[in-house]
Design a protein around this ligand. Structure first.
Ligand SMILES: Nc1ncnc2c1ncn2[C@@H]1O[C@H](COP(=O)(O)OP(=O)(O)O)[C@@H](O)[C@H]1O
Ligand SMILES: [Mg+2]
Length: 256
């Protein structure tokens, strides 16, 4: 089943072409890696699909419905969620309250002082979700006291609390130490599999890409230069020249 179909996406910023003729079809259950040198247009693509940036041209269909022009909040409600490169957590709040708030905010149009955030159903779901993301031992810890890796897990637990159909992650391992990031990705991918969430993530570490995705989209100068099974993409001439040859190397662990 096709869950996302993007055609002819274009975006320019002044003279900079950040997306040109970007098209991709994603089926339910896929795990897709998005690679490309800095400035290649990866984040712009995710921003357009999730409603954070209006495309100059092109169409985006999610579950068969056109979502171009919808606000991010509406797109989230339809089941297309994302994370940002920098975790979007409430630093002074506990892990539990962060996920509970994310749940409440996603269910109601903003938190209301008049409606209680806590209810048994939500609290049970939050507890179950903390276990799924292996952060239950930090339930009462304020987010400010967490390591970068645990904070990222919290961030993604918040983005997935309502079991999206499609999740887009912008560099989930950025800023995470080499020791932490491999475990981090194992936990995230296992959790997404368990909930049958289709995932697309931007990643610079080709070891992580090769381990976790069966398909790769490679961007260069706003264009998709390769859309292929991972093993094929890793030896594709354009990918080698414009992505791997630029700054990243297969098997190189220290590029965070
Ligand atoms: N809001 C913006 N205003 C102007 N230029 C932007 C903006 N966002 C991105 N760009 C430019 O678009 C290009 C693609 O950026 P981006 O999608 O962030 O790349 P990536 O995520 O692959 O590193 C870059 O040249 C970047 O400088
Ligand atoms: Mg980016």
């Amino acid at each position: 089943m096709t869950i996302l179909q993007v055609k002819g996406l274009e975006k320019s910023f002044g003279g900079v072409i950040a997306a040109q003729n970007v098209g991709v079809t994603v089926s339910a259950g896929e795990a897709i890696g998005i690679i490309g040198a800095n400035g290649a247009g990866k984040t712009t693509f995710v921003n357009m699909v999730t409603g954070h940036l209006p495309p100059t041209a092109g169409t985006i269909e999610f579950l068969g419905a056109n979502i171009v022009g919808l606000p991010p909040r509406k797109i989230t409600e339809l089941g297309l969620c994302r994370s940002f490169q920098v975790p979007q957590v409430f630093l002074s709040e506990s892990v539990f309250d962060n996920v509970l708030m994310a749940y409440g905010i996603s269910e109601e149009s903003g938190l209301s002082m008049l409606r209680p955030l806590r209810n048994a159903g939500r609290e049970a779901r939050v507890r179950e979700h903390l276990v799924r993301y292996q952060i239950d031992q930090h339930t009462n810890t304020p987010a400010s006291a967490l390591s970068q890796g645990i904070r990222k897990l919290l961030d993604i637990a918040m983005a997935t609390v309502r079991s999206p159909q499609l999740l887009m992650l912008d560099e989930p391992t950025s800023g995470i130490s080499a020791e932490e990031k491999f475990d981090l990705m194992e936990i995230i991918m296992a959790a997404l599999r368990e909930e049958q969430t289709t995932v697309m993530f931007i990643e610079h570490d080709m070891e992580i890409v090769q381990r976790h995705v069966e398909r790769v989209l490679a961007f260069s100068q706003g264009e998709i230069i390769c859309d292929a099974p991972t093993a094929e993409a890793m030896v594709d001439a354009k990918v080698v020249e414009f992505v791997l040859g630029q700054e990243y190397h297969v098997g190189h662990r220290d590029d965070a």
